[in-house]
Every structure is written in C-alpha cells, then in structure tokens.
Design a protein around this ligand. Sequence first.
Ligand code: PMV
Length: 352
Amino acid sequence: MGNQFLGNQNFNISNQTVTAICPSNIALIKYWGKYANQIPANPSISYTLNHCNTQTSIEFLANEPFSVQTFLAGNEEVKFAEKIEKYFKNIEQYLPWILKGKYIIKTENTFPHSSGIASSASGFGAIASCLMELDKTFSSEIRDASFEIKKASFLARLGSGSACRSLYNGLVVWGKTDEVEGSSDLFAVKYPDSEIHPIFKNFNDWVLLIHEGQKTVSSTVGHGLMNTNPYAERRFQEARENFVPLKQILKTGDLQNFIKLVEHEALTLHAMMMMSEPAFILMKTGTLEVINKLWKFREETGHPLFFTLDAGANVHLLFPENVSSETIKNFIETELLQHTQKGGVVKDVMRF
Ligand code: PMV
C-alpha cells in the first residue's frame, strides 16, 4: 500500500544534520479505531495548533551501524529510541537508505513535558519532516513541494496516525471521504481555506491541564479495543456521516451547529472508551466539573464557549476571537482554572 511513495534505490548518503518544527493538532471529528497498517476506520478532521509544537534535530552519521539515540529536552530517552528504531525498520521500503547509519535525535516540545498533551502527533510530524529533508539531500530526484509534504504526511502516519494531519496548517482531513476531494486513508490533505467561513479562521484553543502525567491507557490500546466494541461500526458510520453537515457548517459559519457537532464527537470518543471491554475512563472529576460549568455559562450568557477532548483528561476550550472573547477568557481564569491539577493552561490559537 502506498506504491507511489516507494523509495528510489539510487541514493548517495553523507553525514548530515537536519531540523524541523511541527505543530500539534486537535481533532474535531475524531479518529478512534484502525485497521492493519495504520488505516483509519473513519475519516477525521483537525485544527492545527500554533504554539504547541515539537522541534527536532536529527544528526545522521552515514555508514555507521544502524542505531538510534534520542534525547527529550536534553535527557536521554531509551524507550523512545526503541520505538523510533522499530519505526525506521518499518519504513525502509519508502526510504531505502534509512538503515544505513546512526542517528542522534534531539527533540523539545513547547508545551510542558508530561502535561498530558499528546506529543506523538507533533513528534512524528517533525521526525517525518526531517527524514524527507535527508531524503532530498540523498536522492537526486527532482520532486515538487506538494509530493514532499504528502510523503511526509504518509510517513508521519506510519509513526502515529494523527501525526499525518500536523503537516498542514488550518483544517486538515485524514481518511477517505467523498465529502473532501483528494482525501485518502494514506495521508492527510488540507481542507480548502476557501470553503471555511472567516469565523472559523480566528479561533482560540485554551488547553486546561486537568491531569498532568501519564495516561492510564495508551491510544494504541484504545484503538485496539474498538475491534471488539459492539458499537464500533455505528460509531465509524456516524463519523463518516458527520462530514456532510460539517461541510455546510464550515461554509456558512454556523457556529451553533459547529458547537453541537464538536462536543458530540468528543463525548462519543469517551463513550466508546466506557463501552470497551475492558472499559476505561480517561476523564477526571475536573473534566466533568469544567464541562458542567461551561454548559451553564453558555446557557446563561449565550457566549460561544465549547470544548473538545482528546484521549485524556485535559479539556480543550474552544471559542472564536470576537466581541465575547474577553468575557470568556475572564470566565475561564476565574471559574475553570481551579479545576486543573496545578493551575496549568496552555493558551493556543488555531494556525492558519
Ligand atoms: O494518533 P494516535 O494513535 O495517538 O490517536 C489519536 C486519537 C485521538 O487523539 C483521540 C483522536 C484524533 O483524531 O486525534
């Protein structure tokens, strides 16, 4: 699968150091459940974030025995190195030079370490960009920029599914859907900016760090549990169907229905976890307190503050930057921040 991305056997390797920065993303229609080779069970769409990102440098030492050493914020991470070694072996057919050297990989996140903000999307996005940079230097082929980014997205996906969406700004779709031209299960594509109402282009995402530290169930395990979840097929179908109203919502600037759809998607993701066998719950008390307070605030004031969740306890607070945003920001600071473990909030915006 992905023959168009098979690597050229003509290459000329040398010692190189390359760097890349890749932002994180937050899904609106969620990817939860996959088939073999990282094929998503349903299409998903995300916003790319602006401040939350990973910076990575890769030092490649040509013709040394294959090995990988990784450092996260200056500290050696042996477990991460093992994961990357496995990943590199897995993508050799797409980058035939990849096992012909030694790697020293240094990576830093702008968001706090173990904040519960997933670093795998931005992390694998940055590594895939670095690999494409090396590939450009080693192979003599002339390729256009759109192929480069598509292949980077394809490679990032093989590291962590949601990472493939981090290679583009704006709204990004991964997974084949008739609603988005050019969409694919193999890589992500940019949702056309011209089909997005201006209200969705100036949007805040404040991430409340409800619980800092390791999650109890990894997303790999969570995806796997969808294989035996009796509600899985219905869920996959619903995600596919949600693209139809979403397209219209994005075009017309229908904020009320956007809020409804996005919150429903977040709650469905967590409902799937609760209906897995064995069941698990990643939300914490603080998550629920925030959701209930936010709903009450919205009902009383009519201000467009809403939420989404990823596979964890943290709450992504979403709101457009407009006349009500000052009131919303005040409400978050005075009423919602108290439900975080350590007062942690990452104030991000969508990157367009
Ligand atoms: O890319 P993974 O395997 O870490 O899965 C990410 C899953 C969610 O963040 C919950 C949803 C999504 O679409 O990003």
